[in-house]
Design a protein around this ligand. Sequence first.
Ligand SMILES: [Zn+2]
Length: 380
Amino acid sequence: MHRHQKGNVPSPEELVARVTDLFSDACYEEIREIMVEQAKLLEAQHTEGILAFTKWAQSFERILVRKPGKRFHVDAWFASGVAADLGTVVPLSRTLIPFYLGEWAYFLPPQPRLKGNGSRLIYGISFPGSDVLNDVHLLQYPWLYHEATHHLLDRVDPQDFEPVRMALATVLRKERGRTPSSSPEVRSIVTDRLNRYERFWSPDIAIDNWTIEIVADVISLWTCGPAFLGAFRDEMENAGNRPFEAHETHPPFSLRAALLIEVGEVLGWDEYLRSLRHVVRQWKHERPEASAHNDYAAMTGGDLPTVVLKTALTLCRNLQLPRCTMESIEGLRQWIAIPQSADSAFQLIVGSWLKEHDQPDTFASWETSSLELLQRELTR
Ligand SMILES: [Zn+2]
């Protein structure tokens, strides 16, 4: 029995060969080095470690783009550009690679944590659509800033979230200190609600939570300005069937929108907030009962959201994140006249928004030509 099991366990050399093959494309050079190095650390006697590594390789084989197509290179360029923008003070990983898993997401692909590999992990950004140039919709790309911000927030000092932690503790202390209701049903509803409140708002970086989502929205607005407002509104319209629903990982869209409007006013984007305001008003009009529902009000009300916004803006300043201003938008007006080489991810992402805003009729052909040009330049 034991011998038979042993026969299914690859040798460390076989694993090195498998990993080398998996990451054979030139674009994975850095990752290949990391993984080969890790595979070499495995010892033939350590069956458990080898099996864990094999499992990891299998999961990567399922999701990795093995033979990167035209879009992959474009997205890798975008990802590294956005990472550079966000990494002024806290550098982002150089192994932030594109995956195509159906929707926007930041994730840490499953991987072995061996001794000594410390920070050398592979991080993924999932882009919507598949690895074909036609699936790139530049008006959605401000979401890349949001996803890359998740990576940034993984790396910031957890102390930066102390104001949120303190405000949360105050709310919980006060609410839990109230005289309990004599009805067991009411008591159980209140207890459950407070537990959820704590879990949703705790700025624990290791798990998805409302605080982190809102901070990521604010940072995207700070760095992309009205381009993020546009991408957010489009997403809201797509996901608009349940704007008041509270999920563990993401705050309700109605709350996110209301907070973006609040920060947007502070950052001087008043005139670009109109359509977002319109959608929020419409939601409330269509579902007056949902927005006034006890649970919704309890989960989203109070001062905590404002503390989260302030914390987010402080982070933008402390991390010296580049801020999109009216001047940066003006600076792009000339550039969008004709499709031409892009100097930065920011230029192409925010420039796309401006092109669509100023010249909607020519946007589609401009977008196609801009992407083809970029792709040719990247593979030349
Ligand atoms: Zn997010």
